[in-house]
Design a binder for this molecule. Structure first.
Ligand code: SAM
Ligand code: SF4
Ligand code: SF4
Length: 336
């Protein structure tokens, strides 16, 4: 029987944040002022091992999970991440395994990831203008570093490559058309993401959000677009194609057009807590039972109960939110 939550949504996708660490300090995610020298990341002993993660994936497949995405933090800073990819790819019932990365380490890692069975890759790049990009990533990398990563992914045989760009008003909306053109010319799929109020540290304000409609209008003015129907129920991106047949582009309107009704994602944090929403304030610990020797069915029961109780629809309620909330979990902690 299909496991469903309070809003009748099945469990289908699992996003695994494999580490809370990152080599970038994007202002909208891990601002350098907070994640400085003195910041204490999780010690290794508290982070799930590859074997523990793989066991959880195996337990979650009978509950509905078919798609797995590795994220973070930066998943490629986790040593030998390709080994985890290989282990998850070998779990019967996992139909798709994808990874989201800032691209910096792809020149060293792309081929190993492909060989291990990674099916799809999404690379984040917020601007092709080096000064704008450096300002956004906390002065950690140049555009050329990410371009080298994208090229390595292409050489390794990943296709089509998706490029994620978060657009923040007054910062990089001037980069939208350049990025769209760049992706179109190279056959990559651009995905423009509305800046979200994830976590508590990025100082989010509604005024900083460039809406999906605005993003589409910016592109459409230079490269005419038409909407494309969704590929499948629950597709997060709204897709458009270039009228001249030159490929497609997507916008993720999590703020202005929330898609909670179709949200089938469960998130696993680096130290083994599960969260039923990107904006959750609480997670449920699985590492404790896992390390205490609980059998698979006991762990499955914890997840099943958590999913059955799930009524999250934060983005749909955001506009109506007036009372202060408890602190939300951070993005680098449960992955984008
Ligand atoms: N480090 C990897 C990366 O940057 O691709 C994976 C983790 S990152 C948290 C996943 C995605 O979330 C990235 O594409 C990033 O741009 C996006 N993201 C982070 N903070 C965001 C925010 N406040 N609003 C919208 N998207 C955000
Ligand atoms: Fe790191 Fe990705 Fe967050 Fe940027 S968005 S700080 S690359 S985890
Ligand atoms: Fe899913 Fe929560 Fe985002 Fe709604 S706000 S789409 S429930 S993660």
């Amino acid at each position: 029987m299909t496991l469903t939550d309070q809003l009748n949504r099945p469990l289908h996708d699992l996003r695994i944040s494999v580490t809370d660490r990152c080599n970038f300090r994007c202002t909208y995610c891990m601002p350098a002022t907070i994640f400085g020298e003195g910041y204490r990341f999780l010690p290794k002993s508290e982070v799930l091992s590859f074997e523990e993660i793989t066991r959880l994936v195996r337990i979650l497949v009978p509950l509905g999970v078919r798609k797995v995405r590795l994220t973070g933090g930066e998943p490629l800073v986790r040593k030998d991440i390709e080994r985890l990819v290989g282990q998850i790819a070998a779990v019967p019932g996992v139909e798709d395994i994808a990874l989201t990365t800032n691209g910096y380490f792809l020149p060293q890692k792309a081929q190993a990831l492909k060989d291990a069975g990674l099916r799809r890759i999404t690379i984040s790049l917020d601007s092709l203008d080096n000064a704008v990009f450096r300002a956004l990533n906390g002065d950690r990398a140049d555009v050329s570093d990410v371009l080298a990563g994208i090229e390595a992914a292409e050489r390794a045989g990943f296709a089509p490559i998706k490029i994620n760009a978060v657009i923040k008003r007054g910062v990089n909306e001037g980069s939208v058309v350049d990025l769209a053109r760049f992706c179109r010319e190279r056959g990559y799929i651009a995905r423009f993401i509305e800046y979200m109020d994830v976590g508590n540290v990025n100082g989010w304000r509604m005024d900083d959000v460039v809406s999906a409609d605005e993003i589409v209008a910016l592109i459409d003015a230079e490269l005419p677009l038409e909407p494309v129907p969704p590929n499948y129920f629950g597709e997060v991106a709204q897709r458009y194609r270039y009228r001249d047949g030159g490929g497609e582009v997507g916008v993720i309107a999590s703020v202005t057009r929330p898609f909670c009704g179709a949200c089938t994602r469960l998130r696993l944090s680096p130290e083994g807590r599960i969260y039923t929403c990107l904006f959750a304030t609480h997670g449920v610990d699985l590492r404790g039972p896992l390390r205490a020797g609980a059998p698979d069915d006991e762990i499955a029961a914890i997840v099943r109960q958590g999913w059955q109780r799930r009524a999250d629809r934060y983005s749909e309620l955001r506009a109506a939110q007036t009372a202060p909330r408890e602190p939300k979990v951070e993005m680098y902690y449960i992955g984008g």
